[in-house]
Design a protein around this ligand. Structure first.
Ligand code: SAH
Length: 335
């Protein structure tokens, strides 16, 4: 286990030999604790309405240029059926923070998906009340993704002016208590983020004992107050991925779409530095181009079936297989 100082040094490391060793070690730890099978999570971005005003995000409520859409519950269900038909064992239902969807409606949707499709359901819909989380869990939701975005409280406040740092972590605690498999994570390369705070993010993944860690580069969106800021780099994303894998060992870690956006080989590289999950976009095509948390998102024009064949090819080219099970938490005691 690394100390914070050692993590900072590795994040600053430029020597190619040292980095090659780091990445090789991360790949070995991934193989030992997560295996060679890549887990697929079918992502359905069902609404881009958001009550928040996060400075980095294209879905922020002040972005008047965003074309807003909402999928109705039956349409979300149909898309989950499509996911199942394409061989996915997990759907991730993600949206902005949109109170249009009541916990009752979402719970009914989750129950329908669980009863008729028997696939795992991950929710990623931001901060909600304890009662809402409870209701959706009781309806059968398996997992929840809520990135803490950064462990730096000052940066958090600056970038998420209408959110509260302590509340975000309280939500994570509630989700854990309620028995969700818990996913969280952060962005790499946020304006004003230091390597010390990135090191703290990695140690926080460990402390939270996450079942899943989502991390990707910050990508500057032109219609936000951070327009023109530098993007996170793939080099730094790979370092954070590799160290996070070595430190946390048995968490699921996706090679994110954001990594594929800043580098055409980004997801493949992440898969070789500790990542073991891919999240192909299964949002219906007519909505996809409008879920622009960041610009130039990849796969905007692709039909879900094409995404499926693309990721199958990607895994095969790396000598990896595609998992045939739901890919629940690797932390046995919690399953
Ligand atoms: N509303 C949900 C889902 C947010 S979108 C929630 O609050 O959890 C999913 C993730 O996209 C966010 O958690 C954030 O880490 C990431 N994201 C947002 N804007 C981004 C940007 N400009 N570049 C890279 N990632 C971004």
């Amino acid at each position: 286990m690394y100390t914070k100082r050692q993590i900072v040094d590795l994040l600053n490391e430029k020597d190619e030999g040292v980095l090659r060793d780091l990445f090789r070690r991360a790949d070995e730890v991934r193989r030992e604790f997560a295996g060679d099978a890549v887990h697929l999570r079918g992502l359905i971005e069902f609404s881009n309405h958001c009550r928040r005003d996060c400075l980095y995000c294209g879905l922020r409520r002040s972005n008047g240029k965003a074309v807003r859409y909402r999928m109705e519950i039956p349409e979300i269900f149909s898309q989950a059926v499509e996911a199942k038909n394409l061989g996915f064992h997990t759907v991730v239902l993600q949206s902005g923070e949109d109170s249009y969807y009541t916990a009752k409606d979402l719970a009914a949707l989750v129950r329908d998906i669980k009863e008729s499709l028997s696939i795992a359901v991950t929710l990623s819909i931001g901060e909600r009340t304890y009662e809402d989380y409870k209701r959706m869990k009781e309806a059968g939701a398996d997992r929840y993704l809520l990135r803490f975005e950064t462990t730096d409280p000052i940066l958090f406040k600056a970038l998420k002016p209408d959110s509260h740092y302590a509340k975000r972590f309280l939500c994570l605690r509630w989700l854990r208590e309620l028995g969700y498999q818990l996913g969280s994570g952060s962005m790499v390369g946020l304006p004003g983020q230091t390597v010390e705070s990135l090191a703290a993010d990695i140690l926080k993944y460990k402390e939270l004992d996450l079942d899943m860690i989502g991390l990707g580069p910050y990508i500057s969106h032109p219609d936000t107050p951070l327009a023109g800021c530098a993007n996170g780099t793939m080099d730094m994303v790979l370092k954070v991925t590799a160290i996070a894998r070595i430190v946390t060992r048995n968490a699921h870690m996706p090679a994110t779409t954001a990594s594929g956006t800043i580098d055409p080989e980004g997801r493949q590289k992440a898969l070789q530095c500790g990542a073991n999950v891919l999240m192909p976009n299964l949002t219906p095509r007519q909505y996809r181009e409008h879920y622009l948390i960041y610009p130039d998102k990849i796969c905007i024009d692709e039909e879900p079936v094409k995404c499926r064949s693309c990721v199958d090819g990607m895994a095969a080219a790396l000598g990896r297989t595609i998992s045939t099970d739901a890919g629940h938490s690797l932390k046995m005691a919690r399953q």
